[in-house]
Write a protein that binds this ligand. Structure first.
Ligand code: SAM
Length: 210
């Protein structure tokens, strides 16, 4: 049985406000992350299912979401999705899937919140087929000295309020250290124009298990 991650306060907040930036460019970024996927996809930490409507035709998605309130919202979002989406309970470090069974693993806004990122990435490698892809869209620590320091200062309170989300992780380095080859990626500021957002900059890309 998957360990329970219950966070009703964050779940209520995210269910209510999580979509507020979709019309400001976030929807296009999701579509960019998912473009060209084929086959069996495992999305980890699906939240309310905001990615579902952006999956390209032909994929079949298993969406893992540990938080019960968010999982319920994801199940509702799965019904009108343009591709088959099955929403299941589970956590990043213990995905209910066979070894080597996925063509791709998808994460957006999740590696900031997972407690043990190397364990999660090792699990992604386990479920991926050889040459399977990790598609990611994550916010990370800024390399700009002042903005990075701002994120460090915000981290204790932010993570307490935002369901364990850490604003100052160097996720790309961790992905590489876990044995993924990052094939394509770009870094940009989002929300667009924000200079001192806790959740900018962001990285979006594709990595393949070496
Ligand atoms: C900021 S939300 C992002 C939701 C969604 N991926 C999106 O792009 O809208 C973070 C999500 O990560 C999930 N999460 C947190 N810890 C997790 C873990 N250890 N395993 C899987 N999901 C986790 C949360 O329940 C939540 O749904």
């Amino acid at each position: 049985m998957a360990p329970l991650i219950e966070n009703p306060r964050f779940a209520r907040y995210f269910a209510r406000y999580g979509a507020r930036r979709e019309a400001l460019g976030n929807a296009e970024l999701r579509a960019e992350m998912l473009a060209g996927l084929t086959g069996r996809v495992i999305e980890v930490g699906a939240g309310t299912g905001l990615n579902f409507r952006h999956y390209p035709e032909g994929v079949e998605v298993v969406a893992v979401e540990p938080e019960p309130t968010l999982r319920g919202k994801a199940q509702a979002a799965a019904r009108p999705a343009p591709v088959p989406v099955t929403v299941v309970d589970g956590v990043a470090a213990d995905i209910p899937a066979e070894d080597g069974s996925a063509d791709a693993v998808v994460v957006s806004g999740v590696l900031c919140s997972v407690a043990d990122v190397p364990a999660a990435l090792a699990e992604f490698r386990r479920v991926l087929k050889p040459l399977g892809e990790l598609r990611f869209y994550e916010h990370v620590r800024s390399s700009h000295a002042l903005r990075g320091r701002f994120q460090d200062l915000a981290d204790p309170l932010w993570s307490r309020l935002m369901g364990g989300c850490r604003p100052n992780r160097d996720t790309l380095t961790t992905v590489r250290a876990a044995g993924f080859r990052v094939e394509r990626w770009r870094e940009f500021s989002f929300p667009y124009g924000a200079r001192f957002s806790v959740v900018a900059p962001r990285i979006l890309g594709t990595a393949v298990a070496r």
